[in-house]
Design a protein around this ligand. Structure first.
Ligand code: ZN
Length: 160
C-alpha cells in the first residue's frame, strides 16, 4: 500500500554529503522504522517517501532547511574533557556524546586543550545538503498503541 499518514514504514538508507562521501548507511543492520506523518524522520525525507510503496528505491537530495537545519555559528561550548563520552583520547573532528539537561546528544570536537575541549553543539549534519538513497522494505498499518505514542514500535523502531 502506498505510504500515507498513520502507516509504519520500514526502509534502508544510505546518506551522502555534497562530496559524495557516505556518512551513514543502514544496510547490514535492521531497517529503520518510523510512523509516517509525525515528523519522526527529517522533513525532506518524509515528504519524499509519501506515496511510495514496498520495493521502491529512489534517491532524494535534501537541503538543510528540510534536514538538520542551518549551522549556528554561536554553538561552540567549552566543556571539561572528562564529560566527553565515546573515546579515551580526543582530537578535533571526532564526534563525542555529552549529557545535557535534554538527554545525551552528539557534538563535534572543535579543539582540545589540557582539561577542557571546545565542542560544536550543532548537529553533525547541520548545514549540509544530503542525498539519501532509499529502499522501502515494508509498509504496514500502525497499531493503535503506535498511533497513541506517535512512533513505530518493534524492530527498527522504539523499544519500551
Ligand atoms: Zn511507544
Amino acid at each position: 500500500m502506498p505510504i500515507e499518514k498513520n502507516q509504519v514504514v520500514l526502509f534502508h538508507y544510505s546518506v551522502r554529503d555534497e562530496q559524495d562521501n557516505v556518512v551513514e548507511d543502514s544496510h547490514g543492520g535492521e531497517p529503520n522504522a518510523y510512523l509516517h506523518g509525525y515528523g519522526g524522520i527529517i522533513k525532506g525525507l518524509e515528504e519524499a517517501l509519501e506515496g511510495r510503496d514496498a520495493g521502491d528505491t529512489f534517491s532524494v537530495t535534501v537541503t538543510p532547511d528540510k534536514a538538520y537545519g542551518p549551522r549556528k555559528p554561536d554553538a561552540i561550548q567549552r566543556v571539561p574533557i572528562k564529560h566527553l563520552m565515546g573515546a579515551k583520547r580526543w582530537k578535533a573532528g571526532m564526534v563525542a556524546q555529552v549529557q545535557t539537561e535534554h538527554g545525551p546528544r552528539h557534538v563535534v570536537v572543535a579543539k582540545v586543550g589540557h582539561k577542557f575541549a571546545d565542542v560544536d553543539t550543532n548537529h553533525p549534519m547541520a548545514g549540509r545538503t544530503l542525498t539519501f538513497d532509499i529502499e522501502v522494505i515494508d509498509v504496514r498499518a500502525a497499531t493503535s498503541e503506535e498511533l497513541a505514542h506517535g512512533h513505530a514500535h518493534g524492530p527498527g523502531g522504539h523499544h519500551h
